[in-house]
Design a protein around this ligand. Structure first.
Ligand code: ADP
Ligand code: MG
Length: 584
């Protein structure tokens, strides 16, 4: 119970913002739960009148009011109620979804190591819908069921207290026993949520990797794996349904007994003239009116427990905090003169070893810097420090002699245009994909960006030039085209610092050299940081940093580094001997 109140509290902002709607809905709900007792009563009166032959004009007006006007009125109020509630439901789902996504964007990348994509999706779909239920159907059910039960029982007592007591006294006990059966279902709910998350993850993986799966002839294996996950979900759902399907027939059985007693004792009372035949009909109808609300109320515990679980899962993500925060009164920054890494050590949150050790490095504004080193040596980790994804473990990164933490995080990220190795293209046209870098870019700026990124030549090959639709995973473009498109996207942002993180791996050496040359020429006064494999291209850099095992082992120009035996020279010699990697 405490948990559900907590969830209520977390949604208070929504209730407050829609207070007027909720008040009207509560009134409407009271109306539709109390009013139905009237037509039932009028029907009883009508039957008595017919039996006694005492139908008058006044009575007929009463029948029309009670049996026609009121039901139509109830119907209209019901429409208003459901319309408003559905709208509120949509509204809260939308707002929660928005908050969740915004929060995901704010969180550190480390959450993707702790939670799978499927799990995160399950939380924003299934769990979120259940939580939204608290602001809509849950309230409705509790008020509606409760008021209907009270109103019906009151009318039954008015007809005859003894008949009422005898017919329904055992119902609470029966419901209590049946609810115990359902307890097992409730306990199982959390497990079901996990199985559902697993299934989502599996299906997602199958869709994402469809091409690779086909290429390796793994369809059958993948299908089996996904099918098992789906089967598990279905079985788990059936397990829950089983309790439900046990419950309803048993409840009906109890109901049959209630009717039996009511009809038996009721008829006896009619014969003994204790109640009228009309009263008996009304009474039986009231017993019937209890059916839905009783099942519903007995299900409230169930609903509460599933809302509690869903709410725990949903708000668990919402309560995650970012490790990287703005300090109070952060400094603004748009340009810089010098970035200095001083004895920087870095380890990932879930690791206990340093990925970067003792990094000392100066980046001057306007420089083009090359970073080389074996795979896994920490190149990406090093330059991503400028994106402020994580805090460094020790040492300092200074921008114009002030620690990077003192600057506004958004400002720092605005200064940087980061092009990762894995390009994310969106299901939009080529030029719209570029515009993501800077939605205000003019046509000329887009054109320039495409020239520098060497993408112009590709336009001729695309069916509708720059308006060609790119599929989500960039399927219609080659690896190299995707890389160059991503570079064009970063270029329209015209960032102070452009970072190409292995983003030229799929283009040929000549194109790579061309792009780097163009970058140096067109981005005068701006900084380029390029992680590359092709040494002839990187030779154009003002400074090359060699990273091995998380440590800087060499810094110098291409010519300086070739003067003595080292990793750089060795790799360079191997490359010029033969390798001239072709565009993928
Ligand atoms: P490079 O870019 O030079 O290939 P990375 O910077 O990507 O190397 O990785 C450096 C090391 O850090 C590797 O050992 C890698 O396994 C590890 N690493 C990279 N990303 C993460 C992460 N998110 N969490 C934990 N370890 C990571
Ligand atoms: Mg890398």
């Amino acid at each position: 119970m405490k948990e559900i109140l907590l969830t209520f509290k977390r949604l208070t902002w929504f209730f407050k913002a829609n207070l007027k709607n909720y008040l009207f809905c509560a009134l409407a709900l009271l109306f539709v739960s109390v009013m139905p007792v009237i037509p039932t009563k009028v029907l009883g009166i009508a039957i008595d009148d017919i039996v006694m032959g005492s139908v008058t004009i006044d009575r007929i007006i009463l029948y029309i009011m009670g049996l026609l006007v009121i039901p139509v009125f109830i119907y209209c109020v019901n429409i208003y109620y459901h319309y408003t509630m559905n709208k509120l439901g949509q509204d809260i789902s939308y707002k929660l979804r928005e908050q969740y996504l915004e929060h995901l964007f704010e969180l550190d990348s480390s959450i993707y190591e702790k939670y799978t994509k499927g799990d995160l999706i399950a939380r924003i779909s299934n769990d979120l819908t259940t939580v939204s239920g608290l602001a809509t159907s849950f309230l409705q059910n509790v008020i509606y069921y409760f008021v209907t039960i009270v109103a019906s029982i009151t009318m039954m007592v008015v007809i005859n207290p003894i008949l009422c007591l005898v017919s329904i006294v055992f119902m609470p006990f029966a419901i209590f026993i049946l609810n115990n059966i359902r307890k097992r279902k409730r306990q199982y709910y959390k497990k079901h949520h996990e199985i559902y998350g697993e299934m989502t993850e599996n299906v997602l993986e199958s869709i994402e990797s469809a091409k690779t799966v086909r290429a390796y002839g793994m369809e059958e294996e993948d299908y089996k794996k996904t099918k098992t996950a789906i089967d598990n979900d279905t079985n788990s759902w059936w397990y829950i349904q089983m309790f439900e399907s046990l419950f309803v027939p048993m409840f009906e059985l109890i109901y049959a007994v209630a009717y039996f007693i009511a009809i038996g004792l009721g008829t006896y009372m009619v014969i003994k003239s204790i109640i009228s035949p009309g009263d008996l009909v009304s009474f039986l109808l009231y017993v019937g009116m209890l059916y839905g609300p009783l099942i519903g109320l007995s299900n409230v515990l169930n609903t509460i427990s599933s809302i509690n679980i869903a709410s725990q899962r949903f708000f668990e993500i919402m309560d995650l905090d970012t490790e990287v925060h703005d300090v109070t009164n952060p400094l603004n920054i748009m340009k810089f003169n010098e970035i200095k890494f001083k004895d920087v050590n870095f380890k990932f949150p879930f690791d206990d070893f340093n990925v970067l050790s003792n990094i000392n490095l100066t980046i001057k504004s306007g420089e083009t810097i090359g970073i080389v080193g074996p795979t896994g040596s920490g190149k990406s980790t090093l330059i991503r420090q400028l994106l402020r994804e994580f805090n460094i473990s020790s040492g300092t990164i200074l921008i114009d002699d002030i620690p990077i933490e003192n600057y506004k995080i958004d400002d720092i990220r605005m200064m940087v245009g980061y092009v990762p190795q894995e390009h994310i293209l969106f299901r939009r046209s080529v030029d719209d994909n570029i515009l993501i870098g800077n939605p205000k870019a003019s046509h000329e700026e887009i054109d320039n960006a495409m020239t520098v990124a060497d993408f112009k030549k590709d336009l001729n090959e695309l069916s509708s030039g720059e308006h060609t639709l790119v599929s989500e995973l960039g399927g219609s473009l080659s690896g190299g085209q995707r890389q160059r498109l991503s570079i064009a996207r970063a270029l329209v942002k015209d960032p102070e610092i452009l970072i190409l993180d292995d983003s030229l791996s799929a283009v040929d050496a000549l194109t790579e050299t061309n792009i780097i040359k163009q970058l140096k020429e067109t981005r005068v006064g701006k900084t380029n940081i390029i992680v590359a494999h092709c040494f002839s291209a990187i030779a154009l850099a003002d400074k090359i940093i060699v990273l091995q095992g998380g440590k800087i082992t060499d810094i110098g120009t291409h010519h300086e580094l070739l003067k003595y035996d080292n990793w750089y020279k060795m790799q360079y010699l191997i490359q010029i001997k033969g390798d001239n990697h072709e565009e993928l």
